[in-house]
Design a protein around this ligand. Structure first.
Ligand SMILES: Cc1cc2nc3c(=O)[nH]c(=O)nc-3n(C[C@H](O)[C@H](O)[C@H](O)COP(=O)(O)O)c2cc1C
Length: 254
């Protein structure tokens, strides 16, 4: 089964090289208006997005976000933020005080961000633009919060570069469907899918490293693929300061 929406979705690949020309000013409004159509938990719309086009600010963001220079190159950077500050105002206007101290409150904002940002991504791609999410906006969150002037109860969850691609993106294979689609209840039998995907990803040649020792089999080597790459990635603690920064921004996470 196919249609133009499915074709667009299946054509996605992250773009990390952009033409530097500015986008027409109306483009960001078209993209964010489409993003706003996304579903939202209780229609709270607990997110905000900061559109950054100023070259100096994009360059600073590139520095703060893992020195990823495509961030300075792309004409538009969107900082997607969980935003409970607006709801504080809603409460104040009606004489209430907002409960913001639970993990659930932050989750509501973070989920709204994810859904809304992905709507924006598809809207941008439908206009012939390329995008790349920027999770490393959380590498130096205090500095990003200051740079973007984010108030209490607003937290930068993810960034996104948008611009005209320098060249069409390479499509990165996904896990076999059966690894992510479980029917009726959770299927623990995933090793075959994982090994199949490991070989598929190794064959793309995207990894710098070619061979690694086989765990538990001294002297044997195998191709460096998604399994090794991903195991290395998730065995490291990342951004262990996150709870502290969230607390500082007013998200108590009880
Ligand atoms: C939440 C999130 C954060 C990401 N952060 C970064 C990032 O900081 N830098 C980057 O180059 N790509 C980033 N990406 C892009 C992923 O690496 C990419 O989506 C993934 O490898 C799949 O590749 P594809 O999008 O080209 O299909 C991020 C993606 C998501 C969803």
């Amino acid at each position: 089964m196919t249609n133009s929406t499915l074709d667009l979705i299946h054509a996605h690949g992250s773009v990390r090289a952009y033409k530097t020309d500015p986008l027409p000013a109306s483009m960001v409004e078209t993209i964010v208006a489409a993003a706003q159509r996304a579903s939202s938990s209780s229609n709270l719309q607990a997110y905000s997005v900061i559109a950054v086009t100023d070259a100096a600010r994009r360059a600073r963001l590139a520095e703060l976000c893992g020195k990823q220079m495509f961030i300075a190159q792309a004409p538009l950077f969107l900082a997607w933020c969980a935003d409970l500050a607006r709801l504080d105002r809603v409460c104040a206007l009606r004489g209430y005080s907002q409960s913001t101290e639970y993990v659930e409150n932050f989750l509501i904002g973070a989920i709204d961000v994810g859904i809304t940002a992905q709507n924006a991504a598809l809207a941008a791609e439908s206009l012939g633009l390329g995008i790349c999410y920027v999770g490393s906006i959380r590498n130096n969150p205090r500095e990003v919060i200051q740079l973007l002037g984010l108030p209490r109860l607003v937290f930068p969850v993810v960034g996104m570069t948008i611009g005209v691609p320098e060249k069409p993106p390479t499509l990165r294979p996904r896990l076999p469907l059966q690894a992510v689609l479980h029917r009726e209840c959770y299927n623990f039998d995933q090793d075959q899918s994982l090994r199949e995907y490991d070989r598929t990803m190794a064959a793309t040649g995207i990894y710098d490293q070619r061979q690694v020792p086989v765990p538990g089999k001294p002297g044997e080597v195998e191709e460096y693929g998604w399994l090794e790459h991903t195991a290395r990635r998730v065995s490291q603690a990342t951004r262990a300061f996150m709870r502290d920064v969230l607390n500082e921004q007013g998200f108590a996470l009880k």
